[in-house]
Write a protein that binds this ligand. Structure first.
Ligand SMILES: [Zn+2]
Length: 57
């Protein structure tokens, strides 16, 4: 059974915080307002309907 942790990230456009699951405790998160074609990532939408992407580095 895989243990998942959660991390709080801020929307790059408005600063609204969202909670996302992360696969490992020591993974580094990189927030991007654009989608890129590399790495594991999650697409998020903040409560103000801004879409952004979080990459696991
Ligand atoms: Zn936002």
């Amino acid at each position: 059974m895989q243990v998942q942790e959660t991390r709080e990230v801020a929307c790059p456009q408005c600063g609204e915080h969202s909670t996302i699951p992360v696969p490992e405790g020591d993974v580094e998160l990189k927030i991007s307002p654009y989608v890129a074609a590399f790495g594991d990532h999650t697409e998020l939408e903040c409560s103000n309907e801004h879409t952004f992407w979080v990459y696991y580095c």
